[in-house]
Design a protein around this ligand. Sequence first.
Ligand code: CU
Length: 436
Amino acid sequence: MSSRRGFLQTFLAGAGLFASTEVFSAQEMNVSPGMQGTQPKRNRKNEASDHAHGIPLPVQTPDIPDLPFRMDGNVKEFHLIAEPVKQQIVPGQVVDLWGYNGSAPGPTIQITQGDRVRIIVDNHLPEPTAMHWHGFEVPYDMDGSPGASQDPIAPGGRFVYEFTLNQQGTYFYHSHMAMQEMMGMIGAFIMHPRETYKPRVAKDFVVVMQEYAILPNNTVPNSMSMEFNWLTFNGKSGPATTPLIVRQGDRIRIRLINLGMDHHPIHLHGHQFVITGTEAGRQPASNWGPQNTALVGVAQARDLEFEANNPGDWMMHCHMPHHMMNHMSSNVGPLSRGLEMPHGGVAMPDVSKNANSVPGFPQDALMEGPMMAMDKMMEKPENYGLRPGWSGFMAGMMTFVRVLPPGKYDEIMELREKQRDKRPASDMPEMKDSHE
Ligand SMILES: [Cu+2]
């Protein structure tokens, strides 16, 4: 009966008729209590309404849902389930990760400074876990350090965390079992300030960075590896990352979060930005110097802000060369010359006749370019109007910040609205837009 209620609620939400802040816990969403790693049926309605109360401008996490909550008196109650997930990184590449509530990274949590928060954590993994609240000033017994502040949560077990949060900024939660981190177990935890930051921004985005080493014909990351071949923004690699859509002239915030083995220098084309916050919250304006590349170290966060005054489909990407590729393998060198493409195409029609006699060839010829383009498969409102063939040149930690003149911006927003009505709520990507 609860699942029917959930369906009805989803349906009504999709039709824009459901305005209550009450939402369903994962349990009410018909989650299997077993440990088979089944994903909860996600209640992916437009989460923006959940946050209308008390959060003037909720963040958007492209490709990742928000975690719903319910109010229990004055306590905001969330429910996280640690579990194996099947994550589609790009079309055709579904991998076995560990995450929360069906995704890796897990859903984004949003609260307001001063909130009393309860987070029920269920462990549906086959081994113990513990949830750490990274950088939170909470009582010691709520810290989630296994063996120190608490016993690990046994398989099938539960731990209920509860605390009052007086901080503000870009935070995250993650498993405090090291190898589980490398399987995907992190999620964004945004603490909105009591008083809105100034200058105000029109849009606020979250991008979580992760990396996996997955050998050909495998679906499970090798968590011991130091060489990664799948690099993701919010669980997707280019060209499957969903662009950030912004209106020309608006001030924009992008919150970058990194948990992995590598540091990521994130570069934005066409704009200078300032870093207004770190993993420890808002920084004083006296620290804000102009930059166009933010080095986000392991376990760090950086908030970027900029005036989106330069129209274009600007790339935003990690600048580590190996982090701008998909499925990187050793295909540089003589062995790869003249190989047939795996999807049946003829290799490299667009290289020079004497290519094979040039030392160092091939480098990017096999990995990038028109032959690798899959624009058609990437069709979604956010990609509408990109230059034909664009998808052949996006890989790894790459996305677009599309700074659009008002007319074009409105067009894409309309497309998103239409698609929101059409698609079943269960496979709707995050489509909320709080600008309007
Ligand atoms: Cu990187």
